[in-house]
Unconditional design. Sequence first.
Length: 169
Amino acid sequence: MGIDASRRLALACATCLGAGYVPIAPGTAGSALALPAAWGLAQLGGNWAVLGGAAAATLVGLWAARVAEAHFDRHDSPHIVVDELAGQLVSVLLVPCTVPNLIVAFGWFRLFDSVKPWPAGWVDRNVGGALGVMLDDIAAGGYAALTTALLFHLGVVELGLAFLGRLFS
């Protein structure tokens, strides 16, 4: 018996068009997809557009993760990466979407998504269903946003760029 169109669409959204099927580090693949999306959204409408993208990814993710959890018969299956997409978009909300800031935010988001400091870890352990799938990554994205913004405003990102420029010149 085939999968109906609605479930196919939900699985495509939940796996970010198949990124969730990458055999090694599917969450990283889902996060990486958010980088060009964030840059493109920022070009269209600044960080407000990125915020809209994060909100849309979260809302779609709630629906898609619910369907995907039933399909994969597992809570927070590694194939579900729309939560990484949404969290990664959140991670760049407090800084200009430049390539260096996107890279810094990517690193911090991956770290916080893996380590899951409170409340992300609490959410991961205690909130079930699609809401739990999405919220721990939104929390990790918030931590990454704050850390990236702090580093940006302290000039650490620019200092790192200057160091790399001298190192490779």
